[in-house]
Design a protein around this ligand. Structure first.
Ligand SMILES: [Mn+2]
Length: 323
C-alpha cells in the first residue's frame, strides 16, 4: 500500500491538538473522512475539535460523533487538518481562524491547490480511502463508527461502487470494513436512496426539465427558483439528480443547473464512464473544482453563454479524437 506523506503522520504523532475541517456543503466523503480521522486520533490520545457549521444532510446525521462538532475549545492548535477540500476558499472555516502552527491538507481532488504546509494529494476514489491508509500507517485500529464513516465516504464518492474510480484497493479496504458485518445495507439505503416525498418529486421535476443538446451528446437539466421552492427549497444538487443526464443512453456530459437566486446557478457537471472529457477543466475556469468525471461551480451570467462554452469545449476534444 502506497504511503501517506510521512511528514504528515510524523507531525500528527509528535503534536497534540488538531482542528478538523472539510469542504462547505459537506457530503458523505467529507463527513465520513473527518469522523474516521477524528475518532482515530482521539484513540491515540490526541485532542480533536471539529469545525462544521454548514448543515449536515439528514441522511448523514446518524453518526454519534457529530455531537462533538463545533464544540471548539482551543484558541490555538498544533495544526488544522483539512480533508476532502481542493481549495482554501471552499473550506467551511470559522470567520476568524484560531491560531495554528501548520495546515495539513489531505485530499483526492485532482484540482487541489496544495494550500497546506504539509500536503497529501492523491487521485483515489475518496478522501476516506486516504484516511483509511493514514490510520493503518499509524497503527490505529478501526471501531464500528469509524468503519461506518469510511464506508459512507467511499460509497458516496464511488456512487455505491459503480463509478470508474473504483479500484481493487477500494475493495480491499471494503473487505476489511466488513470485519463489522451486517451494517452496510442499511447505510447504503440511507445514503443513496432514502428521500422525503418532496425530494422524490424534485427528481421528477429534474427529469421533466431535461433536454438533449449538441446532437444528444449533452443533457441539460435546469431547475429554476420557482420549481426548487415548490418542492421544499433544497438548493443542493443531490447526486441522483446530477446523474440523471448521464444515465440517458448516448449522453456523454450531464449538466445540471439549480437557480439558487435570481440568475445565479449552482452547476453540476458529470461525464459518463465512456467519455474522456475532463469536466473539472470547465469548473476550474469558473472558480469551482472537483474530479474529471464530477465537478461543480457557481455561475452568474446567461445560460446560453454557458451552453456555448461547454458545447464548444466538448466538441473540441471530440473532434480532436476523430482526426
Ligand atoms: Mn471526496
Amino acid at each position: 500500500m502506497k504511503l501517506i506523506n510521512e511528514k504528515i503522520t510524523d507531525y500528527i504523532q509528535n503534536n497534540q491538538t488538531f482542528l478538523l475541517m472539510t469542504h462547505q456543503k459537506p457530503d458523505g466523503d467529507a463527513i465520513g473522512s473527518v469522523i474516521a480521522l477524528g475518532r482515530g486520533l482521539k484513540q491515540i490520545g490526541k485532542q480533536i475539535d471539529y469545525f462544521m457549521q454548514d448543515p449536515i444532510e439528514q441522511n448523514l446525521s446518524f453518526f454519534d460523533e457529530i455531537k462533538y462538532f463545533n464544540k471548539t475549545e482551543n484558541q490555538s492548535y498544533d495544526a488544522v487538518i483539512v480533508v476532502d477540500c481542493s481549495t482554501w476558499t471552499h473550506i467551511c472555516k470559522p470567520a476568524k481562524l484560531p491560531e495554528y502552527k501548520a495546515v495539513i491538507n489531505i485530499d483526492h481532488h485532482i484540482t487541489n491547490e496544495g494550500y497546506g504546509d504539509l500536503n497529501h494529494v492523491e487521485n483515489v476514489a475518496a478522501a476516506s480511502e486516504l484516511i483509511y491508509r493514514l490510520l493503518k500507517q499509524m497503527n490505529i485500529p478501526l471501531d464500528e463508527e469509524m468503519a461506518d464513516a469510511l464506508y459512507t465516504g467511499i460509497s458516496t464518492d464511488t456512487g455505491s461502487f459503480q463509478f470508474s474510480n473504483v479500484t481493487s484497493a477500494t475493495h480491499q479496504i471494503l473487505a476489511e470494513l466488513y470485519q463489522y458485518p451486517y451494517r452496510y445495507a442499511d447505510i447504503a439505503r440511507r445514503v443513496h436512496h432514502e428521500k422525503s416525498l418532496m425530494q422524490m418529486k424534485m427528481c421528477g421535476a429534474a427529469i421533466e426539465n431535461t433536454t438533449l443538446i449538441n446532437d444528444a451528446t449533452i443533457a441539460w437539466t435546469v431547475l429554476d427558483y420557482k420549481t426548487i421552492h415548490q418542492y421544499g427549497g433544497d438548493i443542493n444538487i443531490s447526486d441522483d439528480i446530477a446523474n440523471i443526464g448521464i444515465n440517458i443512453k448516448g449522453v456523454s456530459i450531464g449538466v445540471t443547473l439549480k437557480e439558487v437566486e435570481k440568475d445565479i446557478y449552482r452547476v453540476s457537471l458529470r461525464a459518463s464512464s465512456e467519455c474522456d472529457f475532463d469536466v473539472s477543466s470547465i469548473a476550474k475556469c469558473h472558480d469551482g473544482g472537483g474530479h474529471n468525471k464530477a465537478s461543480g461551480f457557481t455561475f452568474q451570467s446567461n445560460l446560453e453563454a454557458l451552453k456555448q462554452e461547454i458545447t464548444s469545449k466538448f466538441n473540441e476534444i471530440k473532434d480532436g479524437r476523430n482526426q
